[in-house]
Design a protein around this ligand. Sequence first.
Ligand code: AMP
Ligand code: GLY
Length: 424
Amino acid sequence: MNILILGSGGREHAFALKLSESKKINQLFVAPGNAGTHKVATNININPTDFNAVKEVVLKNKIEMVVVGPEAPLVEGVHDFFLADIELKKIPVIGPKKDGALLEGSKDFSKQFMQKHGVPTAKYQSFTALTLNEGKKFLETLQPPFVLKADGLAAGKGVLILNDLDEAKTELEEMLSNQKFGEASSTVVIEEFLKGIELSVFVLTDGKNYKILPSAKDYKRIGEGDIGLNTGGMGAISPVPFADDAFLNKVEELVVKPTINGLQKDGIDYRGFIFIGLMNDKGNPSVVEYNVRMGDPETEVVLPRIESDLLDLFEGVAKQTLEEKSFSVISKTATTVMLVSGGYPEAYEKGKEITGIENVSDSIVYHAGTKLENDTVLSKGGRVMAVTSFGDTIEEALEKSYNSINKIHFDKMNYRKDIGFDLV
Ligand code: AMP
Ligand code: GLY
């Protein structure tokens, strides 16, 4: 089959590498891709939210399936666009339509969905500029810390956690009346703070059946010891040691099944990934958020642990035969450490030459923000590459990742030296 992957991060490089191993693959394309995907696929420089450009690429290259990496094209309706187009409608898209993508595209929608279908989550209420005063009164009924969430997509920045009531009221007003996050914060979800340890569980579904993929934990803060600004993710580990069978059974029964059944009951034909952000509070799961895609860098530890043919699984999603597909995971632990640009997650430097990747033999180097210029790999984004390794233990895998990182160099390269610090 000819496959097109949309996106350009470490997640998409991981998809490309995994799909390139499939016996069923013919030609693989990534749009726009990076210097890593260039090695296993053909990069095509278009914007994944320019659906007419996507169409042109699909028709020209006889693409037979489209795999969507990031959320933006899904929330903007790339799957619906395909279904509405006479030339594209038979080409399967891995990723939900607009109605399903609302699970990530609208926090208010996803909270209503969870409440309606009995999925455990923090208590909440939603407010708009017209109900600002009610929102402030609602805050007075809660205990700190206060959790304020912009309803729409806000590039991962739309969640505020505040200890002070007055500050929470001011921020609520900033979000609702002064559009702190633009249109995304015209509705704000205020919810109870959840205690516990965070982790993520990933589900692949064809709308009827599902496979639960390996669990993972990512490290979102820039600083060691989980301090400082939030990032897209500085590293990840899979499996999560505290997500034991008893906990994962609860996740399946209390979260995954009601979610899949809820989608069916609501008439949402969902085909793709569901990334379930969870809080584990003394063995009980509560959903922090849904995303309608895989996580990054979680993909860089989840996909390499999957033994089954990913394209075969995707065909199961497209044809609603996922139940028949074999699915197995290797028991080894995978760790990944993100190499980021100097300054990230604030203004960062780019265009730096990256050397030494070819000397790495014990790890997989997934490219994220990289580009190729005259045969030289240059940094292009804040998160530059993810270095993934396997081990029988977290320590063993991490040691390999850190040894491999010692062989890679670019000016002002930064990374966290304590990934997994809370787990070992
Ligand atoms: P979200 O975009 O919903 O994942 O929120 C970003 C981060 O904020 C999460 O990964 C959590 O660390 C934190 N967070 C969100 N909601 C809550 C909550 N209700 N209680 C505690 N932490 C939360
Ligand atoms: N690593 C978090 C995310 O992909 O949303």
